[in-house]
Design a protein around this ligand. Structure first.
Ligand SMILES: NC(=O)c1ccc[n+]([C@@H]2O[C@H](COP(=O)([O-])OP(=O)(O)OC[C@H]3O[C@@H](n4cnc5c(N)ncnc54)[C@H](OP(=O)(O)O)[C@@H]3O)[C@@H](O)[C@H]2O)c1
Length: 253
């Protein structure tokens, strides 16, 4: 970012996208940079060429593995040294599959190590992020803190079963973020905390499972980001703590 020092009065809007190297996170960075008033921080585990190509005066990239609290703390400290406030935070980190780690079709596929990895990335990392973000969301402007969840997290909507680790870790994420919202009502009263279902989106995460998805239900990253930004625009403080779908409807817990 320009002179790396940004005051709240001179900066209409400062955003942070976590998990920005690819997929939906990279899409958010592109869309946010299209707004000339936006200063954007973006985190990655290792910088992708696509993200690096966007870096410039209004985009600063920082390393953050969400399973390592020291890295979360260091990235947030760097941001805090440069700006007193974040107005939009979107956490797009998520794990569904990774090589031999595949969503469990039935109980016989469960193992503790895999379940633990799902929870480390999809639930525990995001709530530790909330812990470190708190000072940057405590200001007098509207602030949004959105985390990408999944409709599969809904207990009420679960008719199909399977995918134990991914489902349960996203359900835990929803509870963590709802609880953060309750605490932020006291500590960061202008912050709106939500979890979002992006809809099935054409990324590496969904690629192996797109076979049964009708084309009209498989969104491009661009479409998903446009839809989610429209949902975020409409949110009011009374929505904080909620779990919303890409069309703005509330999802059952
Ligand atoms: N795509 C869909 O259809 C869909 C549907 C429902 C929900 N979602 C949710 O939407 C979010 C974004 O998904 P996507 O489709 O964009 O997935 P993706 O393309 O697979 O991207 C996943 C992102 O998570 C990051 N990540 C994974 N482990 C991490 C870790 N330990 N620390 C930091 N970052 C880590 C990845 O970084 P690296 O590049 O370093 O691996 C990458 O930026 C996820 O939370 C996902 O569960 C997606």
């Amino acid at each position: 970012m320009g002179d790396r020092t940004v005051s709240a009065s001179s900066t209409p809007s400062v955003a942070l996208v976590v998990g920005a190297g690819r997929g939906i996170g990279l899409g958010f960075v592109r869309h946010l940079l299209a707004k000339p008033e936006m200063q954007v921080y973006a985190t990655h585990r290792s910088p992708s060429p696509e993200l690096q190509a966007l870096a410039g005066d209004r985009l600063r990239c920082l390393p953050m593995d969400i399973t390592d609290e020291a890295q979360i703390s260091a990235a947030i400290a760097t941001i805090q040294a440069e700006t007193p406030a974040l107005h939009t935070v979107i956490n797009c980190v998520g794990l569904l599959h990774d090589g031999p780690l595949q969503p469990e079709k039935s109980l016989r596929h469960l193992n503790a190590e895999q379940l633990s990895r799902y929870f480390q990335i999809n639930s525990i990392g995001p709530v530790l992020l909330a812990k470190h973000l708190q000072p940057l969301l405590k200001h007098s402007d509207r602030a949004l803190f959105a985390t990408l969840s999944a409709k599969l997290a809904s207990i009420g909507d679960n008719q199909l079963g399977g995918w134990y680790g991914y489902r349960a870790s996203k359900t835990a994420l929803n509870m963590f973020m709802h609880t953060v919202a309750v605490e932020f009502r006291r500590t960061c009263p202008r912050a709106i905390v939500v979890t979002l279902h992006p809809g099935t989106t054409d990324t590496e995460l969904s690629a192996p499972f797109q076979g049964n998805v009708p084309p009209e239900k498989l969104f491009s990253v661009d479409r998903t980001v446009t839809q989610l930004l429209a949902v975020l625009d409409q949110l009011t403080p009374s929505d904080s703590g909620g779990f919303f779908s890409w069309d703005g409807s509330r999802l059952p817990w």
